[in-house]
Design a protein around this ligand. Structure first.
Ligand code: C2O
Ligand code: CU
Ligand code: CU
Length: 452
């Protein structure tokens, strides 16, 4: 995406037709009319403004996931951008609300602007961020229809490293979708018989894997190092990524930026909302061969993600330095709090409650750090707005090798206790934490916290 003038970008959300499955047409709801939306390459300290105009049939709220932003630009679920012709009582386009929770009745859709300027000060390290819809009760179907895209924040520290760049740097937005035979996205109606309680309750998965909006694509790569910025933008599907016929990922970054030192992994587990920044050296494979990025958590169609065809040898002046960034001292925690993610009756709850907008469960102080203990009865990818965190422990033991670095999303597995050290920096105000299984989010598995 190009700025209309320095630091100002404009994007219109609209309905558009895309050919995703060859020979069929899919109606997408896209930022800029594309799915994914445009990739924004921004610089640390740039103070970017992205003006979002809504020409969709429904209200939206845009959240920059991983961004350290003032609350008015954080994409709060009721802070809506409403299309010009939208009446408050209108619920067209199969807008059934996931029932069974109180949040939908508690909030009023108050803002009636059709364009909103989101201000992103970008006073944060280089990282792979993403943006997506965050509308109360409707995030999952609206993201499913296409409202998501990537943001690459760059800075001088990262630019000084000899990492692969240009054509050898690939942002990869991975998500799953289901399609009807005419090509349209298939998403269950939460109110239709059978969908509530079953598949919907656990989160919606599709049998087609898309990377940057294309099903099982093939990327042509030279036999050199490539940087893959992996994002799991799926509503509910978790992946464990592996290279076939073998090979390693050298992880250089996590959700919130570069690691201190690179770390090699044979497999990468990636839950909805998480990012892994990795380098793969394709010179380890014969020219002419194909390397498949597989998902070992699924068999069948969802077991493959994409392929790389190694086309030719080429000069490679890139490297993965032994030191990537300066490790920041871990701040001391001033408080410990527990957030319990659990099914309570027919609802997904945090500390026993469905989302209560405006009722903060915690009031951390700006400039402090706290230990947040996340407990769970199921797989809940827990995401915290504003505050980045480090994983301290899983079940009282050291975290996994893939838990390193500063993060904003962590997969909390069934009956796990995950301790994270969260740092509240940037802004005072009202933010939220929630499950990033988007169906759980729409079923009100969210909570506010207020930085004071
Ligand atoms: Cu990526 Cu509050 O969401
Ligand atoms: Cu977020
Ligand atoms: Cu969940």
């Amino acid at each position: 995406a190009r700025p209309v003038r320095p630091g100002r970008y404009e994007v219109t959300q609209r309905v558009a037709a895309a050919e995703i499955i060859p020979g069929t047409t899919t109606e997408v709801w896209g930022y800029g009319g594309t799915f994914p939306g445009p990739t924004f390459e921004l610089r640390r300290g740039e103070r970017a403004t992205i003006a979002v105009r809504n020409e969709l049939p429904v209200p939206t709220s845009t959240h920059l996931h991983g961004g350290v932003n003032p609350q008015d630009s954080d994409g709060y679920p009721t802070d809506l951008v409403v299309p010009a012709n939208y009446a408050a009582d209108h619920h067209g386009h199969g807008e059934a609300r996931p029932g069974g929770h109180a949040a939908g009745r508690q909030h009023a859709e108050t803002r009636h602007q059709t364009v909103k300027d989101y201000h992103y000060p970008l006073d944060q390290r280089a990282a792979t961020l993403w943006y997506h819809d965050h509308r109360m009760d409707h995030t999952a179907p609206q993201v499913w229809r296409g409202l998501a895209g990537m943001v690459l924040v760059r800075d001088d520290e990262e630019d000084a490293l000899p990492l692969p760049r240009g054509e050898r740097e690939l942002p990869l937005m991975i998500c799953d979708r289901a399609f009807d035979t005419d090509g349209s996205f298939r998403y269950p109606d939460p109110h239709s018989a059978g969908s509530f309680g079953g598949d919907y309750m656990e989160g919606v998965e599709g049998d087609v894997i898309l990377v940057n909006g294309a099903p099982w694509p093939v990327a042509e790569v030279t036999a050199t190092r490539h940087r893959l910025r992996l994002l799991n933008a799926s509503n509910a599907r978790r992946y464990r990524l592996q290279l076939a016929p073998g090979g390693r990922f050298v992880q250089i970054g996590s959700d919130a930026g570069l690691l201190a030192v690179p770390i090699a992994h044979d497999t990468i587990p990636i839950a909805p909302g998480e990012r892994y920044d990795v380098v793969v050296d394709f010179s380890a494979y014969p020219v002419g061969s194909t390397v498949t990025l597989v998902n070992t958590l699924a068999t069948g169609s969802a077991g493959n993600v994409m392929r790389f065809r190694v086309t030719r040898r080429a000069a490679d002046d890139s490297a993965v330095p032994r030191r990537l960034s300066h490790p920041e001292a871990r701040p001391a925690a001033v408080a410990t709090r527990t957030f319990d993610f659990r099914r309570t009756g027919n609802a997904w709850t945090i500390n026993g409650h469905s989302y209560r907008p405006g009722v903060p469960l915690a009031r951390p102080r700006l400039g402090t750090a706290e230990v947040w203990r996340l407990t769970s009865d199921f797989h809940h990818p827990v995401h915290v707005h504003l505050a980045h965190f480090q994983v301290l422990a899983r079940n009282g033991r050291p975290p996994a090798a893939t838990d390193g670095g500063w993060k904003d999303t962590v997969d909390v597995r069934p009956y796990e206790v995950v301790d994270v050290l969260a740092r509240f920096h940037g802004y005072r105000g009202r933010y939220m934490l929630h499950c990033h299984n988007l169906e759980h989010e729409d079923m009100a598995m969210m909570a506010d916290f207020e930085v004071i």
